[in-house]
Every structure is written in structure tokens, then in C-alpha cells.
Ligand binder design. Structure first.
Ligand SMILES: O=C(O)CCC(=O)C(=O)O
Length: 265
């Protein structure tokens, strides 16, 4: 069988809470590094809320108005380098609120889709400062249908299943998932990959903000649940090439989607 390869790079960066200037500089530096590797990536993924971090008390002032600054950067970079960007998420100010939003730019510099986090994480008071999105996140990557979820969203298996049922073969997950819940992060990502027989491509931040530390461990998991790449806790770019044909192979070996009994549950 011929391969259908997609080359990925995940920007596992330190985010400075409340300092968009520093974060834009850091992101641009790491983006340049990402395209200078031996194999130019087809898709680059960033972490959650990389522009502002979780400076929630200041979020109204520092969120990107209509995402304009972020969109300008993503559009020009994707076009210049012919690379698709799953632009992490940013704090985006619109419609009288602040949303936690992913913009996806295609390799021609055009906005392909967006997604605003639909489950707000109450342990970090997100519901007090942020507005929730109200639709699913879908995109295409390497010619395949894909879905996106943000951080806490991975605790909701129904969401990943809905995306898989709508055709997604890959799931992109930008996150700011902190210590001490590394075990939850790895287990949930592995479960979403195995149960939906899809690639899971998860980009977490690293470093410390105030008293909260982030363990990194960005991961690329295949539809059989094998870990193709996993970072440690340092600032790094995680790279891997995946064969999209593996999704159909795994789905025909164990036909979970044909064997479902949705009328019983
Ligand atoms: O669910 C968790 O444990 C972490 C979620 C989180 O940090 C977030 O959604 O920002």
C-alpha cells in the first residue's frame, strides 16, 4: 500500500502570562526554527492561549481584538513558508467577550477554519472570564478530515467521538495542561486515539506561571495507540511524520465504528 505522509511540528513553548509582546517574539522565533529543520513540516501546531497565558484578571485588556494581530502573523507566515498552521489558541476579544480560539491557516495564507473552546475549565475560573464557543472544530490536513479540541475538552469523550463520526481521522489538541495531572493528560490522549482509531496530535506548553508549572509532554499518538513522539518538560519542537493510511488500516482490523450499538446507549 502506498503511504500518505504528513509531516508535523509541535511548538512546545514557555508562555509568559500577561505578556503578549514576549510571547509573539518567542513564537516567531520558534516558528522560524520549525521550518528550518531537515524536513519542512506540512503542519505546525502551537499550544493553548499562547498570546496571553492565563492572566485571566487582565484578559479583557490584553486579548487580541478580533484576533487581528494573530491572524496577520499566521497568514503571512503560512503563505511565506507554504505550511499549514493550527495556530494553538489565543485569547480573542469579540462580540462583547473573550474567547479561547484556534485559527487554522492553510499553506496559501488563507484562514481555513476556527474553533473556540466549548468546555470552560472551572478549576481555573475560566467561566468567570471567558466565553464558550458553540460549535465543533473541523479542518482538513493532508487531504484528510480532522477535528480540534482545546485542553479540558479532552475530558469529554463524546466530543472526540462526534468528530470521528463526522469523518475526522486526526485530532489536534492545543493545551496548557499543568502539573500535577500528567497521568490524566497522557491517559486521556491515549484513550481518545485508541477508542476513535485516530491520530492525536497534542501540543502543550511548558515552563511556569506564578505557582503553576506545566509539564510539556506534547505528544503524537497513532490510531493504534502507539506514541510516535513525546517531549519532556523542556522548550522544544516535537517533529514526526505520520502515515494517514494507518487510520483505515486500524479501522478495518478492529471495526469499532461498524460494531457500535448506538441504539442501546
Ligand atoms: O482538565 C485538566 O486537568 C486541565 C484543563 C486545563 O488546564 C484547561 O483546560 O486549560
Amino acid at each position: 500500500m502506498t503511504t500518505n505522509n504528513l509531516s508535523l511540528a509541535l511548538i512546545q513553548m514557555h508562555v509568559e502570562a500577561g505578556n503578549p509582546e514576549a510571547n509573539f517574539i518567542k513564537l516567531e522565533q520558534m516558528l522560524e526554527q520549525a521550518v528550518q529543520g531537515e524536513q519542512k513540516p506540512d503542519v505546525i501546531v502551537f499550544p493553548e492561549m499562547w498570546n496571553t497565558g492565563y492572566a485571566l484578571e487582565q484578559i479583557e485588556e490584553i486579548a487580541d481584538p478580533a484576533g487581528e494581530r494573530t491572524k496577520a502573523l499566521l497568514s503571512s507566515f503560512s503563505k511565506k513558508h507554504g505550511v499549514q498552521l493550527v495556530g494553538g489558541s489565543v485569547a480573542e476579544k469579540r462580540d462583547g467577550g473573550v474567547f479561547n480560539t484556534i485559527y487554522v491557516y492553510d499553506e496559501y495564507g488563507e484562514l481555513q477554519s476556527d474553533y473556540s473552546k466549548i468546555h470552560l475549565f472551572r478549576l481555573m475560573d475560566e467561566e468567570k472570564y471567558l466565553a464558550a464557543g458553540d460549535r465543533l472544530g473541523k479542518l482538513t490536513a493532508g487531504g484528510a478530515d480532522a477535528g480540534m479540541m482545546i485542553c479540558y475538552d479532552i475530558r469529554f469523550p463524546e466530543l472526540a467521538r462526534a468528530l470521528a463520526l463526522s469523518g475526522a481521522k486526526l485530532l489536534f489538541v492545543p493545551a496548557q495542561w499543568p502539573n500535577p495531572r500528567l497521568h490524566h493528560w497522557r491517559t486521556l490522549l491515549l484513550a481518545r486515539a485508541i477508542e476513535n482509531q485516530m491520530f492525536v496530535i497534542a501540543c502543550n506548553r511548558c515552563g511556569t506561571s506564578g505557582t503553576t508549572s506545566f509539564f510539556g509532554h506534547s505528544m503524537i499518538i497513532d490510531p493504534w495507540g502507539e506514541i510516535i513522539a513525546e517531549a519532556g518538560d523542556e522548550e522544544t519542537i516535537v517533529r514526526a511524520s505520520i502515515d494517514l493510511n494507518l487510520v483505515d488500516q486500524v479501522r478495518s482490523k478492529i471495526p469499532v465504528f461498524e460494531d457500535r450499538r448506538p441504539n442501546l446507549y
